[in-house]
Every structure is written in C-alpha cells, then in structure tokens.
Unconditional design. Structure first.
Lengths: 370, 370
C-alpha cells in the first residue's frame, strides 16, 4: 500500500542531530511518528542526516536508507533496524515523555521499545565511527510491522541482495539487552482426516473423521521434540496443534477433520527437511503445507560473531521466535538480535524503556566496532 | 413467523373430494401447495371437507385442523400428519404428474412422499369410518418442516394437551410402508478442554488445549454404545463427536478446544439420565448441555399397538432418528411412524411415490380401525 503521506519533496526534511546523546536522539526519532506505510518523513530526515557524512556511501530504496563504509576491511558487518512502528494509541502516545530519575529513568511513547532506540544507536555509530575496525553497513528499513510483502529488508534481499552482503549481521530489535542468536524456522501444515458422512442417529452408516483425528492428536501428544545444538546455541523444537476444525451440523457424522500443526524447527534444517519430517510424523494422513519460513543459524562460530559476543559481554541465548534475522540467513549471513527494550512491552499502550539501555547498547556496539 | 398468505376469509376454500380414491385425493392435496408458513389454503380446504361430517367434531387451531369421533370406545387412537412441505423446486415440481404403469406407477411432485399421502389416507379414513372400532382423533398440523417453535403439534401439546390424549398414536410420516416404533432421544453437549495460551515458538510456556482433547476423542473412540431393548424393539445408542473447534492463530498455542458430542439414547432413559451419563463419560472435563430432546417409547406392549401391528402385518423396527412421535411420548402417548413413501426421497427434487403405497397404507389402517 503506498503511503498516504508522500515523501516531502518540496518541504525540507526534519533535522536529526546525530551529535546529541543517544537518549535525546531516540526521543527525536520517536517523535517523528512513522507508523507503517508512513515512514517517508523519518526516512527523509535519516537520509538528510547521513548524506553529509563523507565516510559513508548513502543510498535510498523506497523509504529504506542504507549507509556503508568502504574501508577495505577484512570483515564487513551489518546493523539493521526498521523505521516503522505499530499505530499510535488514542490519545496518541507521542510525543515521548521521560519518567523517573537516575537508573530508573524511562522514555515513554510509541517506538521507545520497538525500535527507535535501535535506530538511534545506529545513527550515533554511523556518525561517530569514521574508521570502524570492520566495514559496516547500516540498514534502516521500512514496513516491518505489516505483511511481509511490504517489508523493506525483503525488498532489498529480492532486488539488490549485494547491498546486504556481510559476514555477520545484528538486528537491533529489542532483546532487553541480551543477545539472541539466529531463529527457528516455522512450518504450518494441515493434516486431513477423512471420514464418511452419515446421520448421527445412524453412525454405523458413516465413519467419524473427528474420532479419526484421535490418532493425529495422539501422535502430537507422544511427539518427543528435540533440542538441537546449532553454532553454539540450543534450539528447542516444537510440534504443536494450533487449530482443529470438524463438523458441519449437530446431527451429522463429520466426513472431514483438519488439524493445523505448527512445527518450529532448529536452523540446522532446511524448509524441505522440515516438511519431510512432518509428513513422516503423520504418515498415513494427507499433509498439506500452508507456509514454511526457514530459520536462521546464529553463526556464533564465525570470528566476527565471536568478537561481537566477547566485546558485549552480555548473556547469549537462542531466539525461539521467527524474526527478520532469517532474511539474512537466507542470504548466508548469520545474524543475531540485540537491542534495547523489553520485548514484552513492544506494541503495548504503555511502551517505555529504561534510558540506560540505549546508552548501554551504544556503548556495547562501540566496544565491538571502534 | 406469521404466514404471508392469510387464511382466505373472503374467497371460498378449494374443494377436496374425500370420496375420490386415495391416489386422486393425494394428488389433489399435493396440488394445493402448502410450503411451511403457507398452509392456510390447504387447512381451509381440509376444514371445509371435514366440517359437514356429522360423526366428527372438528376444531381449528391456527392452521392445524383436528377432527375426532366420540363414540365412547374403550380405546382412543390418534393419527397425525403435517400439512406443510419444504419449498418447491425451480421450476416448481407441482402440479403433480403420474409416471409409469400398473405396479410401477408413481405420483411425482412435492409432497408425494413427505407427506401428503399420509394426509390423504387420514382424510379418506375420517370420511369413511363413521363408526370405527376405536375412537379416533385425526390431527393435521402446520409447520413441521421448520424450527420447532412453529410446530403445530408442539403448539397443541403446549396449549391444549387434552386434544392429543390417546392410548396410541400413529404418525403418518413416510416409512416405505414399515412400522417404525418410538424414537431415540438426542442430547448435544459441548465438552470443553482448557489450556494456557502461549506463543507456538515457546509452547513450554503454555498448555495445548487441542492436545488435551486427545483424551476426549480417546474416550469417544473407546465408548461401547449399548443396544437397548424397549417395549419389544432394539434401539442402537450412539455417542459421536459432531464438531470440534480450537485455535485462534497459526502461531498461538490454543487455550481452549471444544468438542461437540451428540448422544442418541434409547427411550428407556429420561433426558436427565442421558445428561448424567454423558457427564460421567467425560468426567474431569466441563460438559455443557446445548439441547436435549427426549426419545419416545414405542409402546408396542399396549393392546391398541399390538392390534395395530397384527392388523398391518408389516415389518416392525425401531426409529433411529428423532421425530415428532417424541412429542406424543412426552404426553405419555406411545407412538409409531407408519406411512407411504421412501423417506430417502423426502425433500429431494425428484420426490415421488409408488401409488400402490397410498392404497396399501389406507387398506392397512382400515383393517385396524374398521
């Protein structure tokens, strides 16, 4: 969907001061509201702030802005974050406010967690790190909070994958300051149980598909989900029913029952391997794949990743849910999630983040790259 | 819903010749189309044909017509049939036509099976049996083919149950010429399986209600349905899932799964006993009764019923589905189904009936009552 707010070609973009402290800059980035499909003004401001920096090459792709150093370093790393947010509350939870004092001070408002802090950290690093120890690509992209067809990172991966080439990527999604590596893949299938319809007063004339589904549920209950060690992290697989439907009327023996099953699989498996496994589990039933998104290896065995973990000195765990890191993995770029903010507060009406987390995240990445 | 066709107070009713042979009369009754809620003209014609018969007392209740002898016999029996039909086909399957010859001759059109033949048989008997060997109540009622709230028999049972008092009742629904005694009761319950919602990438934070439903389905599969002998007939009970729902999204562990179960129970049980049994079967789960209609005993041990079966000399079996005979049973009137027409052709586009079945049914009932 094109943005109803066209990029402001005629009026000058808002100004972002990249020399301000990261908390001030985060507030300024939040206050340039950028609900999905309305990222134009923020993308303009980001582009305008980065263009004058001669150590960076800046390109624009829709409302996605990419900036990169080209120092010929042995390694290239990529930092990425999305510019958009979910809609504001009513009344609007913007402009941001600050609440509390000292270690308890928080920034309150839409984007303070998901993920304008990560955007501000990137902008600070992009401004200050004129000669980073690794070449860096900064990707600030549009439309992460909506259907994947609009996703700016997906568009780049499809249209110009060379822009995303790197040895390692960090997605600055909120992780409460921990490192969450890679992600599991997710496969959704429908398992069909056939039957023969009949009047429920004379069930012996039919074959009850819901009763037949007992065997499918039995296999799910008995399933022994594996824990798989990949690149230094343990991923907990899961095979779970997420839906079941059967029956057309209160007096009819149903001739069909469908169990929808979600398989979350470790990133050592391809989508094809995952699908083959599920077909095997439900041997004897018709299995239809509804969607299948690959996982992402954390790549924590790579030098750039090891240096990242060492420099940060924060807890490292697996990412159990699916995230945009999988888009990097598909390009053979291992990736982790690391960013300020408690993910449980993302999208909430009371979105807020301790300001020290912005400072800490910037400092951690600076230790790694400076 | 009141009929859009008001009873024709101003124009004279159509004429039904009760001295015509039963096949001719059936065709005439069919040709007075009477889709549910539009029974007025047919009820008018029936009333007009019966009123002049001095051996009958005729009353009218909405579009339901009741006629009765009052000879002071030791027994009273009741014959009943509904006046309405399901909608006509497009183009209309009326007026009726006759097809074939001799033993293969059939009457074709809406109502030929369900159940204008049974209405015509009653009208012939009501006309001819001036001094039947048992007192007879003839009930020709409206709105059987629609929601129970409109059912003319149910209205009589609620408003004026004395009208339906009898030692035995015959419902002239199509049974292909057999006697089907009583009917099973039908109970529908929802069995709720609780769970705890979680993201499907982290199912260990939740409790999958669909997986929990495996235990419910297991009990259904293992259930040993009884065959129960009641008043000389064997009723086959059944406990069957007729619906199952669970799941709200492809990435959420469901916190609820509902299995809808239909229990068809022999008429030796009250609705309360049936409900208690199902609650016991699903001990440990919440069971909510959605509806519960009692069955009907066939009463084939009563003298009037035994005389009926002997006089007819046709096969006698249990009625497995629920029918309006249960409304008689609720008034302590045992009842059977017996009528011309193959029930599998009821409501079909090609509704038709061998004409000899009308003749045979009239002759059989005449043997019993003359």
């Amino acid at each position: 969907m094109p943005s109803p707010t066209a990029p402001s070609a005629s009026s000058p973009p808002a100004t972002l001061d990249l020399t301000a402290d990261v908390v001030t800059l985060t507030a300024a980035v939040c206050d340039l509201a950028s609900v999905s499909h309305e990222e134009g003004p923020l993308a303009d401001a980001v582009e305008a702030a980065l263009r004058p920096l001669t150590h960076l090459t800046v390109t624009r792709h829709g409302n996605t802005v990419v900036a990169r150093t080209d120092l010929g370093r042995a390694e290239r790393v990529l930092l990425a974050g999305h510019l958009d947010t979910v809609p504001l509350t009513d009344p609007p939870n913007l402009p941001t406010t600050r609440r509390g004092e000292g270690a308890h001070e928080v920034l309150v408002g839409r984007g303070s967690v998901d993920m304008k802090g990560g955007v501000a950290v990137q902008l600070r690093l992009a401004h200050d790190l004129v000669e980073p120890n690794r070449d860096v690509t900064y990707v600030l992209y549009e439309a992460e909070e909506v259907d994947g067809e609009f996703n700016g990172l997906a568009h780049l991966a499809a249209d110009d994958p060379a822009v995303l080439a790197a040895d390692f990527a960090v997605l600055l999604e909120p992780t409460d300051g921990a490192v969450e590596g890679g992600c599991k893949g997710t496969l959704r299938v429908d398992v069909e149980v056939p039957g023969v319809a009949a009047h429920s007063a004379r069930p012996w004339n039919g074959d009850n598909a819901i009763h037949g589904a007992a065997a499918v549920l039995g296999r799910l209950v008995a399933y022994d989900a594996r824990t798989v060690h990949v690149d230094g992290l343990d991923y907990h697989e899961a095979l779970q029913a997420v839906g079941i439907t059967g029956g057309i009327a209160g007096n009819v023996i149903p001739d069909r029952c469908t169990v929808t099953v979600n398989y979350r699989y470790a990133p050592d498996k391809s989508p094809e391997q995952a699908a083959a496994h599920v077909v095997e589990v439900f041997d004897g039933f018709a299995v239809t794949v509804r969607d299948n998104a690959p996982g992402a290896r954390p790549g924590l065995d790579r030098p750039a990743a090891q240096a990242f973990v060492e420099a940060l000195g924060v807890p490292v765990g697996p990412k159990e849910g699916w995230t945009d890191v999988a888009r990097f993995s598909a390009l053979d770029v291992p990736a982790v999630n690391f960013g300020p903010g408690d993910p449980n507060l993302a999208h909430t009406d009371d979105e807020h983040c301790p300001v020290h987390q912005y400072v800490d995240a910037e400092a951690a990445l600076r230790r790694w790259l400076a």
